[in-house]
Design a protein around this ligand. Structure first.
Ligand SMILES: [Zn+2]
Ligand SMILES: [Zn+2]
Length: 108
C-alpha cells in the first residue's frame, strides 16, 4: 500500500508524481529527494521490506540485497552525488525558484 501525490510548480508548471516523503512500498522504502544533476524530484530507495537503512548500512546491504536494489541513488542518472533531501515543508521546485503544490492524491 502507498500513496501517490501529484505536485505541480506554481511558476514553471513542472509536474511530478511522487510518494511525497517517506513511504513503504511493496519491496522498497522510498524517500523523496531532489537530484541537482537532473534538476528533478525523485523517489529514492532508502530501504526494503519496511526497513530503512542509513547510507552506510545501505552500502553494506547492497551486497546481499535480495532484490538487487540500489539505495540512495538517483533513479534517473544513477548518481549518488547530487541528492539532497526534498524539504517537505517548503517543497521547492528543482527547476526554478517556485514551490510545488499538491494537486492530487491517490491511494493504491
Ligand atoms: Zn518550477
Ligand atoms: Zn539524477
Amino acid at each position: 500500500m502507498g500513496t501517490w501525490h501529484v505536485y505541480r510548480c506554481n511558476k514553471c508548471n513542472y509536474e511530478i508524481q511522487t510518494s511525497g516523503g517517506h513511504d513503504c512500498g511493496f519491496f522498497a522504502v522510498t524517500d523523496t529527494y531532489i537530484c541537482n544533476s537532473c534538476k528533478a524530484v525523485v523517489d529514492v530507495a532508502v530501504g526494503e521490506y519496511g526497513i530503512t537503512y542509513s547510507k552506510e548500512e545501505a552500502l553494506m546491504q547492497k551486497e546481499r540485497s535480495l532484490i538487487e536494489m540500489d539505495f540512495y541513488i538517483c533513479p534517473d542518472c544513477g548518481s549518488d552525488k547530487y541528492l539532497i533531501e526534498w524539504d517537505q515543508k517548503i517543497k521547492p521546485c528543482p527547476k526554478c525558484d517556485g514551490t510545488m503544490n499538491m494537486m492530487q492524491m491517490e491511494e493504491w
